[in-house]
Design a binder for this molecule. Sequence first.
Ligand code: G
Ligand code: MN
Length: 268
Amino acid sequence: MQVLQASRERRRSDRRRAASHPATADLLRAVEQGEIEILFQPQFACSDNRLVGTEALAHWSHPLHGRNGGEGLFALAQATGVAEQISQHVTRAALGTAGKWQVPLVLALNGTAAYVEAGDFARVLASAVEDAWFPFELLTLEITEQVLVSDLSRTADRLRQLAALGVSIALDDFGAGFCNFDYLKRLPLDYLKLDRTMIDGIADSPRDLAVVRGIVAMAGALGLQVVAEGVEHEAQRQAVAQEGCAMWQGYLGAEPMPAEQFVRLIGA
Ligand code: G
Ligand code: MN
């Protein structure tokens, strides 16, 4: 009950902030003018390096301030109280683009806190997926700890509604935050996505490798697949493949790229 009240109060104060913050209009105008671009970063199968999916990442190309990546963009959206609108826009834009691809690829979307906490989140996302004619089975929703801290059981319920439609759920940035193992017990997860800080030292440090090995074993026991993010070197790619990760993503394969470039890459 307290948590519900806290969440309601947060949304109310978000709206107050939205009305008064000087950047609010700027951000909403950016959405209308198409300045918020969706970049796509390929994900590869560890077994044969086939391109099997892509993570959609929002970028704000501001005419004066230049490019502003996902985290900066969403921090500003949160501060100005328009995070839910921005998230909805990014979700619809990414699905609209991916819905036109001729090859079946997994699309991973980041579920921000403001988006997931909205009462009708599961229904809103499901209708965006239907409108884009995108197959539910090819959608993965990436959830971070920030999304989960407010009310785990409520979020778990919503994620279960999406899972029932065929959507996969990934626990994002795993290993970077508090690593609350309750999440692993209570959420309907399909993937663990290792934070890049878990990958950095994997080829040089036996301790780093041991940590990843332990996590992959635990994931296996839970029936989860592991995705390695931030793979920048061939030795890291080999290590994550050797340890049994299912997919990898990172600058070694490709940086996040505009949709047109991604379409050329997949030949769709
Ligand atoms: O946590 P999340 O999956 O949302 O992270 C995506 C972010 O990571 C993007 O901003 C993207 O540009 C960045 N990124 C992607 N691949 C790499 C990489 O190989 N190295 C580093 N340092 N950052 C990466
Ligand atoms: Mn992510």
